[in-house]
Design a protein around this ligand. Structure first.
Ligand code: FAD
Ligand code: DLZ
Ligand code: SF4
Length: 522
C-alpha cells in the first residue's frame, strides 16, 4: 500500500475544495482518507435522504479530488474490514500508509471532536488539528465576545459580524439603508397570488443511485422517503441551486420568510442549508452574492439583509453558542419537560393540519422551512412539554441539514427554552392565532382555530395557557412575557379551568411513540 507523509482525513461535512487541511498540503506525499462509517450513519437513525446526501457528496468529492491529482483512500460502508468508526478507520489507514503526520480540520460536532483529540495519544504520529475556516467566527472569538455579557443577544453578535466582514456596511461604518435589521418588513402572511418559481432539482446520477440502493438495503427502517431525492450532491450542482435562488427567489425571500402554505415546501426559501452545511457552498460568498443583488437593484434591502442575518448572524451565532455550552446543552431541561414525543411525529397521522403538513414535508424531503420548524413543530413540543432528548433526537435525525452544532441550539435554546433562556429572551410560545395569521393551514383543519376550549377547539389554544400557567413561577418576572399573566388573571376562574382541562384532556389522549425511532435499539 501507498506510503505517505501526511494523512488527511476528510469528514462527511467537509467536502469543500478549499478545506484548510487540503490547502498547502502537497499531493505527492499526502493521502486523503474518506470514511463511510456505521457509527456516523447510526448515532441517530438519520433520514434516508440525509445518509444518501452525505455518502453521495463524499463519493463525488473523492472522485473530484482524484481527478485533481490527489491520492484518495476511500473506505466504503460495505468494505469487508470497515471497523465502523472514524478512529478505527484512521488506525487502519495508518497501517496502510505509515504517515508521519495526520492533518485534520476540527469536527463540527463535539462528539466527533472528542474522538479526534484522542488521536495524538493513540497513534504514533503527529496530529495537527486545524481550525475550520469555513466559519467566520472562531471558537475563541465567540468566547471573547461572550465573556462578561449578561445575555448573549444574537443581534449584538450579528452587528459585530457585519462590521467584521463589511457586508452591508457603508464606507463610514454605518449599516446600509440606515437600519441594522429589517425584520419588521419580513412578516407578510401568504397571499393567493404568490407564485414561487420551482427550486432546481437534481436527478440522481449513477453514483447517487448506487448509494440509494445501499441506503435502502442497510438503513431501510430509517425514517423518510428516498424516491424524491433531488438534493445537490456536488459543488457545481449546489452552485446552480444558488444561481436559481439569486435569479428568481431572493427578491421575495424577506417578505414571505415566515409564511406557510399547505403543500408548498420551498416558497421563497433558498433551500441551500444542506449544501452549505456539508461544505458544498461557501456561506460568505452567498452573503456577498446577496449583497450584490441589492446593489444591482434586483432585491430589496429587507430580503437581502434578512438572508445575510440568517447566515452571518444566526448560523454563526448558534455554532459559537453550541461550543460555548457543550456538553451541558445536551442535557439541559430547565422547564422539566418529561412527556414522550407523540407517535404522530413519526407517522404524520394527526388531525392537526399544520403539524401533519410539516411532518409530510419532513418525511418526503428531509426538510421543513424555518417557521414550520419553529412555530408549528417546535411550538407544539414546547407547549406540550415534550422532553428535550426526544425532541433533539427527532430534529437531528429527520433533517438533511442537521448536525448537532446547528440543531441543538435551535432545539434546546430556541424552541424548548430548555437552556433556561441563555439563547432566547423568551419562549417562542404561541396559540393557534399565530399559525392562522401566517398560513393557510387553519381554513381546512378539522379543528377550529377560533374555538378556544372544548371539543373541536384548536389544541394550540388551550395548550398555550396550560404552558403559561404551569411555568408562571419562571416566566412571570420576564419583562417580555410577564404582562400576559394579567390577561390570564382577568379571565374568570371557570374559563381558566376550561382552558386547563381542555389542554389536559388533549395531552392525556396523545399516543406516545412506542419507542425512540431515532435511536437504534441496543
Ligand atoms: P433559508 O430560509 O433560505 O435561510 C438561509 C440560510 O440561513 C439557511 O440555509 C441556513 O444556513 C441559515 N439559517 C437560517 N436560520 C438559521 C438558524 N436558526 N440557525 C442556523 N442557521 C440558520 N438549520 C440547519 O442548517 N440545520 C439544522 O439542523 C437546523 N435545525 C433547526 C431546528 C429548529 C428547531 C429550528 C427552529 C431551526 C433549525 N434550523 C436548522 C434553521 C433553519 O430552519 C434552516 O436552516 C432552514 O430551514 C434551512 O432551509 P433554507 O436553506 O431554505 O433556509
Ligand atoms: C452525517 C454523516 C453520516 C450519516 N455518515 C458519515 C460517514 O459515514 N462518514 C463521515 O465522514 N461523515 C458522516 N456524516 C457526517 C459526520 O457525522 C460529520 O462529519 C460529523 O458530524 C462532524 O462532526
Ligand atoms: Fe393547526 Fe390549530 Fe390551525 Fe388546525 S386550527 S391548522 S391545529 S393551528
Amino acid at each position: 500500500m501507498l506510503k505517505c507523509q501526511t494523512l488527511i482525513p476528510v469528514l462527511g461535512d467537509q467536502v469543500t475544495r478549499t478545506l484548510p487541511s487540503l490547502m498547502g498540503a502537497t499531493k505527492e506525499d499526502s493521502v486523503v482518507l474518506m470514511m463511510e462509517v456505521w457509527d456516523e450513519a447510526t448515532y441517530v437513525k438519520h433520514h434516508k435522504q440525509k445518509i444518501t446526501l452525505i455518502f453521495s457528496a463524499m463519493r463525488h468529492f473523492a472522485a473530484e479530488l482524484e481527478d485533481a491529482g490527489w491520492q484518495v483512500d476511500y473506505v466504503k460502508l460495505d468494505d469487508k474490514d470497515n471497523s465502523g468508526s472514524f478512529t478505527g478507520e484512521v488506525a487502519r489507514a495508518i497501517e496502510r500508509h505509515d504517515p508521519e503526520q495526520i492533518r485534520v480540520v476540527e469536527a463540527g460536532e463535539w462528539r466527533v471532536q472528542q474522538q479526534i483529540e484522542e488521536w495524538a495519544d493513540k497513534f504514533d504520529c503527529e496530529v495537527e488539528i486545524l481550525p475550520d475556516s469555513r466559519f467566520l467566527c472562531s471558537h475563541q472569538e465567540f468566547r471573547d465576545w461572550a465573556e462578561g455579557r449578561k445575555h448573549l443577544t444574537m443581534e449584538h453578535f450579528y452587528r459585530e459580524m457585519r462590521k467584521k466582514t463589511g457586508i452591508l456596511m457603508t464606507e463610514d461604518g454605518k449599516p446600509v439603508g440606515g437600519d441594522w435589521n429589517y425584520d419588521k418588513d419580513n412578516r407578510e402572511p401568504p397571499k393567493d397570488e404568490m407564485d414561487p418559481p420551482p427550486v432546481p432539482k437534481f436527478e440522481p446520477d449513477d453514483i447517487t443511485k448506487e448509494v440509494m440502493e445501499l441506503v435502502e438495503d442497510r438503513f431501510g427502517d430509517h425514517f423518510g422517503n428516498l424516491d424524491s431525492f433531488e438534493w445537490p450532491v456536488t459543488a457545481d450542482q449546489a452552485e446552480k441551486a444558488a444561481d436559481a435562488f439569486f435569479a428568481e427567489r431572493i427578491e421575495k425571500f424577506g417578505p414571505y420568510q415566515d409564511a406557510m402554505v399547505h403543500g408548498s415546501d420551498d416558497l421563497y426559501h433558498s433551500m441551500l442549508s444542506t449544501s452549505i452545511n456539508c461544505g458544498l457552498l461557501d456561506p460568505i460568498k452567498l452573503c456577498e452574492r446577496a449583497e450584490k443583488s441589492y446593489e444591482d437593484g434586483r432585491a430589496p434591502i429587507n430580503s437581502v439583509e434578512g438572508f445575510i442575518r440568517q447566515i452571518i448572524g444566526w448560523r454563526e451565532y448558534v455554532r459559537g453558542f453550541y461550543w460555548l455550552h457543550m456538553p451541558g446543552l445536551q442535557t439541559d431541561n430547565k422547564l422539566n419537560a418529561q412527556r414522550a414525543l407523540p407517535e404522530f411525529f413519526w407517522t404524520g397521522e394527526t388531525d392537526m393540519r399544520c403539524l401533519s403538513d410539516c411532518i409530510r414535508s419532513t418525511h418526503n424531503n428531509a426538510h421543513a422551512h424555518h417557521i414550520q420548524r419553529l412555530m408549528v413543530l417546535g411550538n407544539f413540543c414546547l407547549l406540550a412539554g415534550i422532553n428535550p432528548k426526544d425532541v433533539q433526537d427527532w430534529y437531528l435525525a429527520v433533517y438533511a441539514d442537521a448536525y448537532e452544532w446547528v440543531e441543538l441550539p435551535n432545539v434546546s435554546g430556541m424552541i424548548l427554552y430548555a437552556d433556561g433562556g441563555k439563547l432566547a429572551t423568551k419562549p417562542y410560545a404561541a396559540s393557534g392565532n399565530y399559525i392562522n395569521k401566517m398560513s393557510d393551514y387553519c381554513k381546512k383543519c378539522t379543528y377550529s382555530v377560533s374555538k378556544k376550549t372544548g371539543d373541536g377547539a384548536c389544541p394550540f389554544n388551550p395548550l398555550y395557557w396550560h404552558f403559561m400557567d404551569r411555568h408562571r413561577d419562571r416566566l412571570e418576572s420576564n419583562h417580555r412575557i410577564g404582562r400576559i399573566y394579567s390577561n390570564w388573571d382577568r379571565m374568570d376562574a371557570d374559563k381558566r379551568r376550561e382552558y386547563l382541562d381542555s389542554a389536559q384532556n388533549f395531552l392525556d389522549a396523545l399516543t406516545p411513540a412506542d419507542k425512540n425511532w431515532a435511536r437504534a435499539e441496543d
